[in-house]
Design a protein around this ligand. Structure first.
Ligand code: BG6
Ligand code: MG
Length: 224
């Protein structure tokens, strides 16, 4: 029988609701630039790096060519400053339902844990949530040559865990993230709307349904 040896987590929108804070900070920045973004558009920003998110917003507002690289760096920095103000107050209470149990149940079974987030604020958030010691490894997004949906971040996570893709699962809330997990040949779990995450091997509406027994059953029974 297949044996699960590693779980690779996305952060924003899976471990904690920081995806909402990213949205608030981007929406404010976009509004200041005269661009209106909504939640539907925001789905296309999930899992995407800070720099690429800004490009997508400027493109959406048809003003991509109006800003120099320096101006774009300043705008990205400005968004991050607002985002940091929002996440600074985070505590263990901000873990999404079911996540702490999943992490500790997995640890108790000897399953290794990795973080594969596009966010450069990942280590800071894990610390705020008090769960940094549960993770065996964190992929540094600043060394990646391609972001999600490219599989690189998940391939690196598998390597850092010293495992193979068939021994792992990846958990994501973003369309780009599910595509990245699938492209890395890892069993994918999508958390959120099945309209957005229909490519996942297994889709759950919210994190409270992420129970280890349930996950193991799905993983073990799926031909992969
Ligand atoms: C991803 C989020 O996890 O991280 C994106 O889904 C975000 O919305 C990206 O843009 C980069 O995050 P940060 O914290 O480095 O700006
Ligand atoms: Mg996410």
């Amino acid at each position: 029988m297949k044996k699960l040896k590693g779980i690779i987590f996305d952060l924003d929108g899976v471990i904690t609701d920081s995806a909402e804070y990213h949205y608030v900070a981007w929406k404010n920045l976009a509004n200041n630039l005269g661009i209106d973004i909504d939640r539907k558009f925001n789905e296309k920003l999930k899992g995407i790096s800070r720099e690429d998110s800004l490009e997508r917003i400027l493109e959406y507002g048809k003003v991509l060519n109006d800003y120099s690289d320096d101006e774009k760096s300043r705008l990205a920095e400005q968004k991050n400053e607002e985002y940091l103000k929002l996440i600074k107050q985070m505590t263990a209470d901000d873990l999404l339902p079911g996540i702490y149990n999943l992490l500790t149940d997995a640890k108790a079974k000897g399953i290794k844990l990795a973080l594969a987030s596009a966010s450069k604020n990942g280590p800071f958030i894990l610390e705020r949530l008090g769960i940094e010691k549960l993770f065996d490894t964190i992929v540094d997004p600043s060394i990646l040559s391609a972001g999600k949906p490219d599989p690189e971040i998940f391939i690196r996570a598998v390597q850092q865990l010293d495992l193979s893709p068939e021994e792992c699962i990846g958990i994501e809330d973003a369309e780009a993230g599910v595509k990245a997990i699938n492209a890395a040949n890892i069993f994918s779990i999508g958390v959120g709307s099945s309209d957005v995450l229909h490519e996942a091997n297994y889709c759950l509406t919210n994190t409270s349904k992420l129970k280890l027994d349930n996950i193991l059953e799905q993983f073990e029974s799926t031909m992969f």
